[in-house]
Design a binder for this molecule. Structure first.
Ligand code: ADP
Ligand code: ADP
Length: 216
């Protein structure tokens, strides 16, 4: 099911005389894992900000379930439709993992953390006492328990060693497949691109499809 769409989106920074994105069209479906790749400066972070409703296109629309997100407002989009996973985890550092989850969903239980491979002692520790990989599991669990149907991740494996990165990628892949969320990851990592159902490259201000596992 199509959940998020870019329609003729252009973007230009106010202090710049050149567009960063030009007439970008793309739709994203529930249950699929997307990787957005591209050289440094290609516009990946800019695109992620637009998809997250943190910034607004110069022209064109970002459409959530057939409705321009401008209609309900960008703040509504950020709060209800999107959950974010960052390279540096962005957890609330004086709280435990479960308390971090309860901030986005008061009904969250420790099972969601156990399911992602954390153990009982880790769950009750202050998040700062956890390793990077464990903190990223908490951040992914937070995105999972939030009711948002779309997970946007910015280099989620950027600070992790290879084995831990593989585990986090597998978890994100599972979240798309088992939980039906739309997972969109901006990344430099070939490993993320290899795992993704669909790979899109930002190139010459456009989004170009480079892989679609559904194609034969
Ligand atoms: P990527 O994430 O692919 O490295 P970005 O989206 O960060 O690319 O940047 C895309 C282009 O926009 C680059 O040319 C960058 O220099 C420019 N840019 C990024 N942020 C700003 C800003 N705040 N003001 C002006 N130009 C910017
Ligand atoms: P506001 O409605 O005041 O704009 P939000 O409640 O939408 O603020 O979110 C504030 C910030 O918190 C967002 O920019 C987002 O980066 C972050 N945030 C919200 N929910 C999550 C989440 N589930 N995971 C990670 N970060 C989140």
């Amino acid at each position: 099911m199509k959940i998020l769409e870019l329609k003729n989106v252009t973007y230009q920074y106010k202090n710049s005389n050149e567009k960063v994105l030009s007439l970008v069209n793309q739709s994203f479906e529930s249950g699929k894992f997307y990787a957005i790749i591209g050289k440094s400066g290609a516009g990946k972070s800019t695109l992620l900000s637009l998809l997250a409703g943190l910034d607004t296109p110069r022209s064109g629309q970002i459409v959530f379930k057939e409705q321009d997100i401008a209609k309900n407002g960008y703040s509504y989009h950020r709060k209800h439709n999107i959950s974010l996973v960052f390279q540096n985890y962005n957890l609330i550092d004086y709280l435990s993992p479960l308390e971090n989850l309860k901030l986005v969903n008061p009904d969250a239980t420790k099972e969601s953390l156990l399911e992602l491979g954390l153990d009982e002692t880790q769950i009750n520790r202050n998040v700062l006492k956890l390793s990077g990989g464990q903190q990223q599991r908490v951040a992914v669990a937070r995105a999972l328990v939030s009711k948002a149907p779309i997970i946007l991740a910015d280099e989620p494996t950027g600070n992790l060693d290879k084995d831990t990165a593989t585990e986090i990628i597998d978890i994100l892949k599972d979240i798309a497949k088992q939980k039906g969320k739309c997972v969109i990851v901006v990344t430099h990592s070939n490993e993320v691109a290899d795992a993704a159902d669909i790979v899109l490259e930002l190139k010459n201000k456009q989004l170009v499809p480079v892989k679609n596992k559904g194609d034969h």
